[in-house]
Write a protein that binds this ligand. Structure first.
Ligand code: TA6
Length: 300
């Protein structure tokens, strides 16, 4: 398989390898290095080469992640689609099913200014139709440069309109989650999933206190989060996405996750971009719908 992929896509700054049962695609250009697995179309690593975060991974992946294809990777940027959170029906997977499917590499291109673009696709099949009885074509575009741009495009191949909830469930590497400052929530509505409290005027900027599991609705503006320990600010811009989710399980909640080391909960924060809950989007029959997230890193 690796030989075939290398023959089809291999080139300067691109290599394929295996980790467990999973195919890894490694990209390197003058701006950054990145690692992607076709399992779930999951971006695993993004390491800028310049700036204050040069040679440091922006993303976090658990040491306990399972690489046999039986589970989604715990870390990186898993894709939640076509629902976010628990499924309506009992027995169906949380956060949809595409984060646990093998995606196809469609193309790898070198764009202007040494930007590397990787496109992966996933189509409905007998297994997805048994879980969710609708035909779809999904395309994930990852552009690696001094910024990271991820775009998910869905085509509704059915003769009915479909409600879709979706998110890039990004796990960011931080020095200590409890020293992270989140900025830019003005005008959003906060749903605290731990207490079920709803607040129409959440704090615009706040210091993270774990555990937390917050969904910010009608939040389409940029988010900044300052990781003082790592002396960096990560700026997350969204396109066609109205929800931001901020999650960390905290010191007690981490024991519910067999694929996270008990002491490692301080090392990451999930700041996720998408369209969830009341921001669920409806994709008309035959239509295409895209949303995107752009990550850039600034010095503190
Ligand atoms: O995005 C936050 C969240 O929905 C939390 O409620 C939390 O459980 C987390 O995702 C992880 O979900 P997972 O299904 O990957 O274990």
């Amino acid at each position: 398989m690796l030989e075939k992929l290398t023959k089809q896509f291999g080139g300067k700054g691109l290599s394929f390898s295996m980790q467990g049962n999973l195919v890894l695609l490694e990209v390197e250009n003058s701006h950054a290095k990145a690692k992607i697995t076709t399992h779930g179309g999951c971006l695993l690593s993004y390491i800028p080469k310049v700036g204050s975060s040069a040679n440091n991974d922006i993303l976090w992946v658990s040491d306990q992640s399972i690489y046999d294809g039986s589970k989604p990777i715990r870390g990186g940027v898993p894709i939640c689609w076509p629902w976010f959170g628990a499924a309506d029906e009992q027995g169906l997977p949380a956060h949809g099913f595409v984060r646990n499917k093998a995606w196809q590499v469609e193309s790898v291109s070198n764009l202007a200014n040494d930007v590397t673009q990787v496109v992966m696709t996933l189509e409905s099949d007998a297994e997805t139709l048994a879980i969710w009885p609708f035909a779809f074509h999904l395309s994930l575009t990852i552009e690696i440069s001094e910024q990271l741009l991820m775009t998910l495009t869905m085509q509704n191949l059915n003769d009915v309109d479909l409600p879709i909830s979706e998110a890039f469930h990004s796990y960011f590497s931080v020095e200590d989650v409890n020293s992270v400052l989140v900025k830019g929530l003005k005008g959003s509505i906060k749903l605290d999933k731990l207490t079920n409290a709803k607040s129409v005027k959440p704090l615009v900027d706040y210091q993270v206190v774990t555990p937390m599991d917050d969904v910010y609705l009608n939040q389409s503006k940029s988010i900044e989060f300052v990781d003082t320990g790592n002396k960096r600010t990560i700026v997350l811009d969204k396109m066609n996405a109205s929800s931001t989710i901020v999650w960390n399980p905290g010191s007690e909640g981490v024991s519910n996750f067999s694929d996270i080391n008990k002491q490692d909960w301080t090392k990451f924060i999930c700041i996720e971009a998408g369209n969830v809950l009341d921001n669920t989007t409806t994709v008309a029959s035959g239509d295409k719908h895209s949303f995107a997230m752009k990550i850039s890193v600034e010095n503190v």
